[in-house]
Write a new protein. Structure first.
Length: 325
């Protein structure tokens, strides 16, 4: 490692640990334009019932508010485009009856549980390369942090019209994790990127949650409705759910950057192809204990037993309607 910068050593170690990309930024607040955009979006009620997005707003926009004395943020990305993609997107007829599709990311083990240990190992490496006085805060999605804005600042990509972070090589199917630290590191520069001239995600969105003026209404997003929203789905939106029992991949699936992205490299990140489609009758017959047994350690657990069954009823009704038409 002679002659290699600490920043490059950190990046190399992150890749050795199984990350697919890594960038570094400082721990200053995100850009004023990003702050205002987030505040306006929340004030308009477009976040629906995701009240957690309103909590700890000051921490969400300022990494140093999460860790006193923070100087830097190391941002990692994990590619989750599977080699098993056809199994997730195909719509076979199940011998057991109608089934519902599951978003690709939820066919994996819970990414929070997978990425946190990687970040802790990376923290140990930085501590050993600096001094034991350095402190760290591991963040994986559930911590209030504007991670996409930080990822852009760290040079990991740009925000597309589908409001996802798009990495120029890895595409939009990436999980993000952050390591906020008191270690002072040299930041990376943002990487230019754009999807100007392409509107495939806007046209693919089943509900019009994405609009041409750049707005995103989570209240119409099928991922929000099938995962976050706990109430009765309005009938006009329920009809657009189709057979999606958990999440929606449409705005990601059509992205040109996804088409050219490589398959995931980290095979330790467990993929469960059997979760790509769930038998609706089995879900409706499942009790709370069965739900816990089946989905503990899976992103599907987030939606809860009752809401997954609500989704199954919607999918079943849509399937029956389509058969009659």
């Amino acid at each position: 490692m002679a002659g290699m910068s600490l920043e490059q050593e950190i990046k190399d170690r992150a890749l050795e640990l199984g990350c697919d990309a890594v960038g570094i930024t400082d721990a200053t607040p995100i850009a004023e334009a990003d702050i205002e955009r987030l505040r306006t979006w929340l004030d308009a009620g477009a976040a629906g019932e995701m009240a957690y997005l309103r909590r700890n707003f000051d921490k969400r926009i300022h990494p140093a508010a999460l860790l006193e004395g923070a100087q830097s943020v190391v941002v990692i990305a994990l590619n989750y485009k599977p080699a098993e993609e056809p199994a997730c997107t195909a719509h076979p007829t199940s011998a057991d009856g109608p089934s519902g599709t599951v978003a690709t990311y939820a066919c994996y083990e819970d990414y929070h549980d997978f990425m946190r240990p990687l970040l802790h190992e990376l923290a140990d490496f930085i501590r050993a390369r600096t001094d034991n006085a350095q402190r760290f805060k591991v963040c994986v999605d559930s911590v209030p942090l504007a991670e996409r804005a930080l990822a852009v600042r760290a040079g990991l990509g740009f925000i597309g019209k589908n409001h996802m972070l798009i990495h120029l090589k890895l595409g939009p199917q990436v999980f993000l994790g952050e390591l906020v630290t008191t270690a002072k590191l040299h930041p990376d520069d943002p990487t230019p990127g754009t999807c100007v001239g392409c509107d495939r995600c806007l046209r693919a969105c089943p509900t019009g949650a994405l609009s041409a003026d750049g707005q995103f209404d989570a209240r119409r997003c099928l991922s929000y409705l099938t995962i976050e929203y706990q109430g009765a789905v309005p009938s006009e939106l329920a009809a657009t759910v189709g057979d999606r029992i958990f999440g929606c991949d449409e705005c990601v699936r059509v992205c040109p950057y996804r088409q050219t992205a490589p398959e995931r490299a980290n095979r330790r990140f467990r993929f469960h192809p059997e979760r790509a489609r769930l038998d609706l009758s089995r879900i409706l017959a499942m009790d709370l204990e069965g739900f816990a047994t089946e989905f503990t350690g899976s992103p599907i657990a987030r939606t809860g037993h009752e809401t997954l069954q609500r989704n199954a009823r919607i999918c079943l009704a849509n399937t029956q309607r389509d058969r009659k038409s």
